[in-house]
Design a protein around this ligand. Structure first.
Ligand SMILES: Nc1ncnc2c1ncn2[C@@H]1O[C@H](COP(=O)(O)OP(=O)(O)OP(=O)(O)O)[C@@H](O)[C@H]1O
Ligand SMILES: [Mg+2]
Length: 234
């Protein structure tokens, strides 16, 4: 397996209205690996994903995606293959499942080949194929989360960042959706960054992990084993 570095970030700083949240965060993700980030509420996990995807301004010593400088504008970041599935899903409620999927491709400048990608994604998530013409507002929470992940895949990412996949889902639904994502990641050699409070999910799916604390991402040795979590949370 290749060990090419996909994302290399050091000294990342970001915050809101002059209030810093990230204080010089380092993060590295290699090709094909799934990396997890856990951390207390308000630790800065979502802020990290926003800063990487260009949704909020950032400064850093170094931010490279496949060796190229990570752009600051969200559309340019998505075009380069770093795609963010936001916390709370944010699917378009009045659009159908299929229209939401198409948007995922168009937003990343990948309209060409979208029909083929849509077939792949609907093969991976057969439940979405059944719901293809239903408006997203009428989907259950779990189905909306499938749609949000599938929409992210439509952008043909090299690195897919998923914020709180498990939010509001039963443990089984979260494991099932992340299993589909893991299968797709394996076949496409896709790298995945899972930010989640559900450390059981992270332990089941991640090759490596970080704990977000005091605006920094600290690497952990045991992928979300008991000792690390006790130290981080209690
Ligand atoms: N839009 C915003 N404006 C101002 N402050 C914000 C904004 N969003 C988040 N913050 C603050 O930034 C800090 C980090 O928040 P962030 O959402 O990154 O945490 P998190 O680790 O994702 O938490 P959670 O696990 O609850 O999702 C918190 O103190 C939060 O109050
Ligand atoms: Mg968050």
């Amino acid at each position: 397996m290749s060990t090419q570095t996909i994302l290399e970030v050091s000294g990342l700083r970001a915050g809101y209205g002059g209030v810093p949240v990230l204080h010089g965060c380092d993060l590295e993700i290699r090709e094909g690996e799934t990396v997890g980030i856990a951390g207390l509420n308000g630790a800065g996990k979502t802020t990290l994903l926003r800063a990487l995807s260009g949704a909020i301004p950032r400064s850093c010593d170094r931010a490279l995606l496949r060796g190229d400088r990570l752009p600051s504008r969200p559309d340019a970041v998505a075009r380069l293959g770093l795609v963010h599935v936001p916390e709370g899903r944010k699917v378009f409620p009045t659009l159908t499942v299929r229209e939401n999927l198409r948007y995922g491709a168009v937003a990343a400048g990948k309209a060409g080949g979208a029909a083929r990608e849509e077939r792949r994604v609907l093969d991976a998530f057969p439940r979405l194929a059944e719901l293809a013409d239903r408006r997203a507002a009428l989907l259950s929470g779990g189905e909306q989360q499938m749609l949000a992940v599938a929409r992210g895949l439509m952008a043909r990412p090299v690195l897919l960042m998923v914020d709180e996949l498990s939010l509001g889902l039963s443990p089984k639904a979260a494991l099932d959706i992340s299993a589909v994502l893991a299968r797709v990641a394996r076949t496409q050699n896709l790298s995945v960054l899972l930010v989640d409070q559900n450390t059981t999910l992270l332990g089941a799916r991640c090759d490596r992990g970080y704990i977000m604390r005091d605006g920094l991402a600290e690497p952990i040795d045991d992928a979300f084993g008991h000792d690390t979590l006790s130290a981080a949370y209690f």
